[in-house]
Ligand binder design. Structure first.
Ligand SMILES: NC(=O)c1ccc[n+]([C@@H]2O[C@H](COP(=O)([O-])OP(=O)(O)OC[C@H]3O[C@@H](n4cnc5c(N)ncnc54)[C@H](OP(=O)(O)O)[C@@H]3O)[C@@H](O)[C@H]2O)c1
Ligand SMILES: *[C@@H]1O[C@H](CO)[C@@H](O)[C@H](O)[C@H]1NC(C)=O
Ligand SMILES: *[C@@H]1O[C@H](CO)[C@@H](O)[C@H](O)[C@H]1NC(C)=O
Ligand SMILES: *[C@@H]1O[C@H](CO)[C@@H](O)[C@H](O)[C@H]1NC(C)=O
Length: 490
């Protein structure tokens, strides 16, 4: 579940080593520890903690020095806390105009205030904006958000999309929770049937984000075309994609897990009680009778299905990377996209986008060396990342936010990451300019899958048969909503 050579693993190993070493010295009354007093022990503990903290940090993003990011526009989905928040904060600190998106307006406004204060303190000229809310479990909400964003594309042309939203649900819950429906959350009830039988974790982590990135592609393409700078999409995945339940990974078939969820969702929607759930728990009887709820306590379901949703994010990234591989700036390489053909009519513009070294339309769209380098022709660069482990609100169904903030966060830093550190791999994929791998998987340490020498992408994530089966399943969910959007645009 955790990558063996992640910095957290190293920190945990150092901690274990310290404990064993000093434990032995103390038990056998050797050396200096023979007469250690309370102060000695305290100093010892603090220096161990410090050593582990330094190890846990991992590498930080190397911001390209010769690039002015002022005025470039980034959209961060899931920016109200954790990885997304810190990513947005650091982008704004470097001059980006950052649009924050998530489900809750209050949390978004609070995040905006915090980031603005930070930006002011640093004397940067970054701008923070909130355009509205989006719920990735609802296709209607996603379409509405992207439509609003497209309406203001002249002022805010998004060139970086960070998909950092994610949820870890304690129970299997299907989209269209009864509580939401009662509260009149129209966005969910107006979703098509394909979505109402989706499991929430899979919907908010995998299916919703895929639809979101699909709808954003034309906009990112246009921004690349206008500015001659490669647009980027960064999906926040997780090392948890290697874990589908306790036991050997090869015993799990992720595709049948997905189809199994569909079946359960359909049953729940039909109003039948889940027999396993009825036996399961004592106190939450009323929840069991909810139409949209399937009770599930086992470790396999709770973390395994989260792992499954993250595996889907890995696949989403591969599918996207394939899809955009043919979208190139110049007609000499690859195929010419319809967008390119249109712009060819405008000769001057075509020549401008054909050579990435040409002057750009504005001062704020400087070219990074990456665009002159290895894949200078790509219009859209796609990557996914593992942020590392950090005490964020991801765990809010396990611990209350107060406990997370005041009890767990600081002690967890001995072996886990700060929010700032957990944003580094995502930032790396978003702004760095050397050795970028299209469709690559970036880690906290800065290494990525196949080229790091240690392959940390799971076998399932690399299996082409699974990828194909997943694609078919996924298209069954998102294709209908993509069609409705196309119709609306016409
Ligand atoms: N923390 C870790 O240890 C860890 C490890 C590996 C991977 N990750 C991944 O990192 C990503 C960020 O998680 P985090 O740790 O930063 O957790 P977090 O603090 O809970 O942040 C999640 C963000 O996503 C938003 N969000 C949640 N559900 C959403 C939905 N259905 N639609 C739209 N926005 C939604 C949340 O805001 P609202 O609730 O207000 O909508 C929040 O802004 C996740 O994809 C997670 O899987 C985290
Ligand atoms: C889209 O914009 C309209 C009008 O400004 C607003 O009422 C609506 O809430 C916005 N929707 C989203 C999802 O942001
Ligand atoms: C690209 O440029 C055209 C023409 O100047 C403009 O109409 C369009 O809104 C721009 N699109 C983006 C995403 O910046
Ligand atoms: C670019 O910057 C120069 C000076 O820094 C300024 O005079 C010029 O108006 C700017 N051009 C644009 C298109 O912003």
């Amino acid at each position: 579940m955790i990558h063996l050579y992640a910095s957290e693993t190293a920190a945990a190993a150092s901690l274990a080593l310290f404990v064993i070493l000093f434990g032995l010295l103390w038990v056998f009354r050797v050396g200096w520890l023979r007469e250690a007093n309370a102060v000695d022990v305290l100093v010892l503990i603090l220096s161990c903690a410090f050593g582990c903290r330094v190890t846990a940090k991992g590498k930080t993003c190397q911001w390209p020095k010769n690039v002015d990011f002022t005025g470039r526009v980034a959209l961060v989905v899931g920016a109200s806390s954790g990885v997304g928040f810190s990513t947005a904060e650091q982008l704004a600190e470097h001059g980006w105009t950052v649009i924050l998106a998530a489900r809750n307006t209050e949390r978004l406004m609070y995040a905006k205030k915090c980031i603005e204060r930070h930006v002011q303190r640093r004397g940067s000229n970054g701008v923070v904006k909130v355009l509205g809310t989006v719920d990735l479990r609802s296709d209607a909400s996603i379409r509405a958000y992207v439509q609003n964003l497209t309406a203001v594309k002249d002022k805010l042309s998004v060139g970086l999309l960070v998909m950092a939203a994610g949820a870890l649900h304690r129970h299997l819950t299907f989209v269209g929770e009864a509580a939401d429906l009662k509260a009149g959350a129209a966005s969910i009830s107006s979703s098509p049937p394909e979505w109402r039988s989706l499991e929430c974790t899979v919907a908010s982590n995998a299916v919703g984000p895929f639809l979101f990135t699909q709808l954003m592609l034309p906009l990112l393409d246009e921004t690349a075309e206008n500015s001659s700078v490669t647009s980027r999409i960064v999906n926040v995945a997780s090392s948890c994609h290697t874990f589908l339940g306790p036991g050997r990974p090869s015993t799990f078939d992720p595709i049948s897990m997905l189809h199994g969820l569909d079946k359960r969702g359909a049953e729940v929607i039909a109003g039948r009680r889940d027999p396993a759930a009825a036996e399961g728990g004592g106190g939450t009887q009323d929840k069991v009778s909810d139409l949209y709820y399937a009770k599930d306590f086992s470790f396999a379901n709770f973390v395994g299905y989260y792992g499954l949703s993250k595996l889907c994010v890995m696949w989403n990234t591969r599918l996207l990377a394939h899809q955009v591989a043919l979208m190139r700036f110049s007609k000499e390489t690859g195929l010419i996209t319809p967008k390119m053909r249109k712009s060819e009519e405008d000769k001057e513009k075509a020549s401008r986008s054909a050579t990435t070294t040409a002057r750009t339309t504005g001062n704020n769209t400087a070219l990074t060396p990456q665009e002159n380098g290895r894949h200078n022709q790509l219009k859209i660069f796609v990557a996914c990342t593992h942020p590392g482990i950090s005490a964020t609100y991801l765990y809010r169904e396990l611990f209350s936010p107060r406990v997370l903030d005041f009890v767990l966060y600081y002690p967890s830093l001995v072996i886990f990451k700060t929010w700032f550190e957990s944003a580094q791999s995502t930032l790396k994929a978003a702004v760095e300019d050397t050795d970028m791998v299209q469709g690559g998987y970036y880690l906290c340490g800065g290494e990525y899958g196949p080229e790091s020498g240690v392959n940390c992408v799971s076998a399932h994530a690399q299996n082409p048969t699974h990828l194909q089966a997943y694609r078919e399943w996924l298209m069954g969910k998102v294709a209908p909503s993509m069609k409705t959007t196309e119709k609306k645009e016409e």
